[in-house]
Design a binder for this molecule. Structure first.
Ligand code: FAD
Length: 400
């Protein structure tokens, strides 16, 4: 259930691993499985063919004998009968079920929040509605200074829009990185002309009487003109189906290390899953492509009887302007940090250490540092050598 990144990968992996039984993939969006990262990056900025965002061409599903039930909402799971039901009232049997329902944007419920020109960015249809509104000289207000807001800001300001970001916290990217990295990205955006208002909240929207654009965004301390507002204030995992089927859920659908839910025939993968991470030694709910892909492969392996465990250090990336930010691990786990490379050249990385052991890296335009972060994760490092970009990172690793 769910024809997104995780569901699309799971069915492909099953066939690759030799699964011979019937496979059905249900997705309520009217599209083939596609990759969301493009939506706030290349696809938003370019006169791009829609085709590039799809995980696989339609032919793949026919060739692999996978029944695509696109545009069909699954309305219930009945674990006791091993059946699901669809919006059309059809009941379908399953041997194994994978829930890959993803997540949905957290919505603002304030005055005027259903006016024209207020957009969320989760789906291909969302971005197709936003694209024609990216126009030179028009005004965009972005609610939320997280990845999505910042990626949209970089596209919109580069297209000549007047862009303002409103953020309730005291810095952008607060949920995902350190004050140092937030400061770097704050400077980057303001240098390009984006206005960033911190510690301010949106309390309402008001029309200017023009049915084609928004009008005003009302903040607690000021009113901003806006032709369009993009709201990117986080997501909520789609757990309702699982909850109604009495599966254990807590900030996502609870799974074990095999991506298995509290029911032995039902797996949950991707954004909707809350899973144990044996490397980080705690439970996580992640919102990332690598997590969706890896869990899809683990669930498929387990359905094939291979007893595979999900165990990966989380990583993520974000493209803003000509900069690629690649992150591995969680900087919040650290108690010291080492800067490597030249920040002024916009090519550097912050290595985060806990008692000198590497726990995270944020790398800006520096794939080599990011790769090293993945490779040496958990290793004890010599901070002096690590800070010297002339020294090979491998030489910073302390072996006892
Ligand atoms: P989704 O891809 O959301 O797929 C779930 C699908 O299930 C959806 O189509 C949903 O409509 C459908 N569904 C839900 N309920 C039902 C139901 N009852 N019946 C039928 N279908 C249902 N991650 C990165 O790692 N790097 C990035 O740069 C990055 N950029 C992103 C940019 C944007 C704009 C967005 C929105 C996300 C981005 N992400 C990025 C996050 C990443 O795309 C998600 O983590 C990933 O898509 C999760 O995959 P999923 O399959 O769990 O969920």
């Amino acid at each position: 259930i769910g024809a997104g990144q995780a569901g699309g990968q799971a069915i492909a992996s099953l066939r690759q691993m030799g699964y011979k039984k019937e496979i059905m993939l249900f997705g309520d969006e009217p599209h083939l499985p596609y990759q969301r990262p493009f939506l706030s990056k290349q696809y938003l900025s370019e006169e791009d063919e829609e085709g590039r965002v799809f995980l696989r061409a339609e032919k793949f599903y026919a060739d692999q004998n996978i029944t695509l039930r696109i545009g069909e909402l699954v309305t219930a799971i009945v674990p006791s009968e091993k059946k699901i039901s669809t919006e059309q009232g059809e009941l379908i049997d399953y041997n194994d079920l994978i829930i890959a329902t993803g997540s949905r944007p957290r919505r603002l419920n304030i005055s005027g929040s259903d006016l024209v020109g207020i957009q969320y960015l989760r789906t291909l249809d969302d971005v197709n509605a936003i694209k024609p509104r990216i126009q030179n000289g028009k005004k965009m207000v972005i609610v939320g200074g997280g990845y999505i807001g910042l990626e949209v800001a970089s596209v919109a300001v580069s297209a000549g829009m007047d862009v303002t970001i409103i953020e309730t916290e005291d810095r952008i990217l607060k949920r995902v990185t350190t004050p140092e990295m937030s400061k770097f990205y704050h400077q980057l955006h303001t240098d390009r002309g984006v206005k960033i208002i911190l510690q301010s909240g949106v309390v309402g929207f008001k029309s200017n009487g023009d049915s084609t654009s928004l009008g005003y965004v009302l903040c607690n301390d000021q009113t901003l003109e806006a032709d369009i507002a993009i709201v990117g204030i986080g997501i909520i995992p789609n757990t309702e189906l699982a909850q109604e089927a009495q599966l254990d859920c807590k900030d996502g659908i609870t799974t074990d290390k095999h991506c298995l839910t509290s029911n032995p025939s039902i797996y949950a993968i991707g954004d909707c899953s809350n899973h144990p991470n044996p490397i980080l030694n705690r439970r996580l709910r992640l919102e990332s492509v690598p997590n969706a892909m890896d869990q899809a492969k683990v669930a498929a392996s387990n359905i094939m009887g291979k007893e595979k465990t999900y165990s990966a250090v989380p990583w993520f990336w974000s493209d803003q302007y000509e900069l690629k930010l690649q992150m591995v691990g969680f900087s919040t786990d650290s108690n010291s940090q080492v800067v490597r490379g030249d920040k002024t050249q916009q090519q550097y990385a912050i290595f985060y250490l806990k008692d000198n052991h590497l726990v995270a890296v944020d790398a800006v335009n520096s794939a080599r540092d990011f790769m090293a972060g993945r490779k040496f994760y958990g290793q004890e490092m010599d901070p002096i050598k690590l800070a010297d970009s002339e020294t090979d990172i491998a030489d910073s690793v302390i072996t006892h």
